[in-house]
Design a protein around this ligand. Structure first.
Ligand code: NIG
Ligand code: FE
Length: 412
């Protein structure tokens, strides 16, 4: 099946030779072609260029993108979209003055979601999660990472990862699975941290590796959750089974999680709302992608990742949603891009690089996703008619997406 898109006002994120990520000052450049065409064949990008060079072909479908912008779909490298129920009550409790930490200390938070998830069947969980996956695809996400971490027992963590596996099978979107058993200590292990760590190391990780249920391993490395020494044990155990680290660090406190991630060659270190100069220093000369989650900062009213400082230091930066029931009940990457521009002072060019090619890197898929490059997956967003791509972050509350194509299939 061939699709030809013609008269594209501007084709964004065009990379003739693929790059795996963009860092520092390079992030300010978003290569593009004005008045362009794009050819899709089956699930891949076949060709693109200026309309003057548009080939004479007879495709099955022609899309006229006059006055419309075309760009690669978003690569959302950090989500928790497999969850049960919601935490609306905690949202209202926070409005009335409680903090996220106070709610967690009262047994709410992650443990509240774990209780709900443990009470749900795999089928029910699948149904709830697929609705969210379909929603994010319609909003322009074409690749997504999904974490476990609301199960917190052997069977319930496996249940979450099986749901992710089913989603992978049933949808055209690329999905990467991450084991996050180390999300919180279950109540019965409150005073026996080592007992839960041993359960993960001796039972969960071997079973997950055996069933090939995850490619990455995550830890919520934070005061009151997993200490550096505890995180280290878990990452080491995961690495023995080939699970690559992608970790939650520096959300509320900088306790050395960034250095830990770099030490274990984490693919990404995520959150980074609180950054010390040492954290920025240690990321230089590493292959670890820093990932900011601005809609989490927005929803919890916590600091935003210091993007300007990091980019000035020459670092790359990726943007993701963190879609989860507690700190970010939204999978809207357009909002993430807009919030990065508005609150973190990223330029639209930087934010789009961060949400496409750098997001792909943070999922280990920048060879196939994240840019308009011949041979990459045909994952594209076609906007409504708009004056320029600056509209995407500028009109932050509007849905400017008209069509989404994932692996050659028209989704929305
Ligand atoms: O990334 N910080 C840890 N995990 C999630 C929130 C989990 C929750 O509140 O359910 C996050 O923000
Ligand atoms: Fe998260």
């Amino acid at each position: 099946m061939q699709i030809l898109i013609i008269n594209i006002k501007e084709l964004l994120q065009v990379r003739e030779t693929n790059v795996d990520k963009v860092s520092g000052a390079e992030m300010a450049t978003l290569p593009s072609i004005k008045n362009a065409y794009l050819v899709i064949e089956d699930n891949l990008i076949k060709d693109f260029g200026s309309m003057e060079d548009c080939p004479q072909i007879n495709p099955e479908k022609i899309i006229d993108a006059y006055e419309k912008i075309v760009l690669p779909t978003w690569c959302d490298s950090h989500t928790h979209i497999v969850y049960a129920g919601n935490r609306e009550q905690e949202f209202v409790d926070r409005i009335n003055g409680l903090s996220y930490e106070e709610i967690a200390n009262r047994g709410g938070g992650i443990l509240n979601s774990a209780k709900k998830l443990q009470a749900s069947s795999e089928d029910d969980l699948y149904e709830q999660s697929k609705t969210r996956l379909e929603e994010v695809m319609q909003m322009g996400t074409g690749a997504v990472e999904i974490k476990s971490g609301y199960g917190l027992t052997v069977d319930d963590e496996i249940k979450m990862l099986r749901v992710i596996k089913r989603l992978k099978k049933d949808y055209p979107i690329a999905i990467k699975a991450t084991f996050l058993g180390a999300h919180a200590f279950p109540l019965e292990f409150k005073n026996n941290h080592q007992g839960y760590i041993d359960l993960m190391i001796n039972e969960m990780i071997p079973r997950i590796a055996d069933e090939k249920l995850a490619e990455y391993i995550d830890v919520f490395c934070e005061s009151g959750y997993f200490s550096i020494a505890e995180s280290e044990q878990i990452l080491e155990a995961g690495l023995k089974y080939g699970l690559i680290p992608k970790i939650h660090v520096n959300q509320f406190n900088a306790i050395g999680g960034v250095a830990l991630g770099v030490k274990y060659q984490a693919l990404s270190v995520d959150h980074l709302e609180v950054m010390n100069p040492e954290d920025i220093e240690v990321l230089k000369n590493s292959q670890t992608m820093p990932v900011a989650l601005p809609s989490c900062s927005y929803f919890l009213s916590i600091p935003y990742t210091p993007a300007r400082e990091m980019i000035k230091a020459g670092l790359p930066l990726a943007l993701a949603t963190d879609f989860n029931p507690g700190s970010t009940p939204s999978g809207n990457m357009n909002f993430v891009v807009a919030t990065a521009c508005i609150k973190m002072k990223m330029t639209p060019e930087e934010a789009i690089n961060a949400a496409t090619i750098n997001g792909a890197y943070a999922m280990g898929i920048s060879k196939t996703h994240g840019s308009i490059t011949i041979g990459k997956k045909a994952n594209i967003i076609i906007t409504k008619p708009i004056p320029s791509f600056y509209q995407l972050p500028y009109a932050f509350g509007s849905n400017l997406i008209e069509q989404v194509i994932i692996e050659g299939k028209l989704i929305a």
